[in-house]
Design a protein. Structure first.
Ligand code: XMP
Length: 326
């Protein structure tokens, strides 16, 4: 039997009852596989790793050691949410690593997008490896691999970033979601009691805000990306667009333009808004945001975010633009 092929008899998980049945089955299987040993997990706070964490906490409690690496490129409130949900509410064994300075120092002055991605990926593995070496008795590595990852990449979940650990840290893999599609993962996450903001969140690239702070990342522009993104998300949620629009975010270029405020000329950054709909991210159309809402978001960003004097809305579909700006 090909153990990377979803069994034909497996029913689609579409209801809470089916999710409960899946969870019970997995809890039994995970206890059997893991016994009294320890499992390690890189917990980003994304849907897949969060559902894997919640499932393993239910199955083996504190035998799961989750490592959350804050690389400084997460959205506003995300590292806090991971600590709050997993450590405070679920009583998980969570190692929180503040690696912000380390990542930003490595990225300083690097403008090429693919080099930025490589630095972020490589540094992530290094931090994770260092944390793994501090722990005793780990025998398993849990991953949030889902079925599309297997179909698309023959089992290598590149954007989870933990595939590159050195040979002496090759643990036995635990991949309880490997036959599930994204919508099924969300139903299971709901049934496990994870917050809706975690279970239904929009896709977020592995390199995070790093590819939205265009060119060489600087701390001031990174804060502009983070704060403007938080305003965009808040306004989309208030106006019924959250959950309706597939992906929306802000990007900040590495040049300034002239503006005027309180009778004085300003020299500040523009913020670009992007909001797109797609099925598979291969092509995308632009969301028709009401003009009044665009104006309100512009007012809020230019008034509330330090160092911004213009807001632009990107009207380009994919193709010929990509969804991200780099
Ligand atoms: P593009 O910009 O290629 O993006 O139209 C398509 C989808 O992929 C996401 N994306 C990434 N995801 N690592 C990821 O995990 C990356 O380096 C990366 N670059 C783009 C993007 O957010 C969109 O959903």
């Amino acid at each position: 039997m090909d153990n990377n092929k979803r069994p034909e008899s497996m029913e689609r998980i579409t209801t809470p009852a089916l999710a409960e049945a899946f969870i019970n089955e997995q809890v039994t299987a995970l206890r059997e596989q893991i016994g009294d040993k320890k499992v390690l997990l890189a917990l980003s706070g994304g849907v897949d790793s969060s559902v894997v964490a919640a499932l393993l906490i239910k199955a083996v409690g504190k035998q799961l050691v989750s490592v959350h690496v804050n690389h400084g490129l997460l959205r506003k409130g995300e590292p806090e949410q991971v600590v709050n949900v997993f450590r405070n509410q679920m009583n998980a064994n969570l190692v929180y690593v503040d690696a912000v300075d380390r990542f930003l120092d490595k990225l300083a002055g690097v403008a090429d997008p693919e080099t930025k991605r490589k630095i972020i990926g490589d540094e992530f593995i290094k931090v994770f490896e260092e944390e793994a070496r501090k722990l005793d008795g780990i025998e398993f590595l849990a991953q949030g691999t889902i079925y599309p990852d297997i179909i698309e990449s023959k089992g290598v979940k590149a954007h989870h970033n933990v595939g590159g650990l050195p040979e002496d840290l090759k643990f036995e893999l635990v991949e309880p979601l490997k036959f599930l599609y994204k919508d099924e993962v969300r139903v299971v996450g709901d049934a496990l009691g994870l917050p809706a903001a975690m279970v239904y969140r929009q896709p977020f690239p592995g390199p995070g805000l790093g590819v939205r702070c265009l060119g060489a990342i600087t701390r001031d522009r990174l804060e502009i990306v983070r704060e403007s993104d938080a305003i965009l998300r808040e306004e989309f949620a208030k106006n019924g667009l959250e959950g309706k629009v597939w992906q929306y975010f802000t990007a900040v270029p590495d040049f300034k333009s002239v503006g005027v405020k309180d009778g004085k000329r300003t020299d500040a950054y523009p913020v670009i808004l992007r909001a797109v709909n797609t099925v598979d991210a291969m092509t995308a159309t632009v969301e028709d945001i009401p003009f009044a809402l665009l104006q309100h978001i512009t007012d809020r960003i230019t008034n509330e975010v330090e160092g911004v004097n213009r807001v632009l809305y990107d009207l380009t579909p994919k193709p010929c633009g990509t969804i991200e700006w780099e």
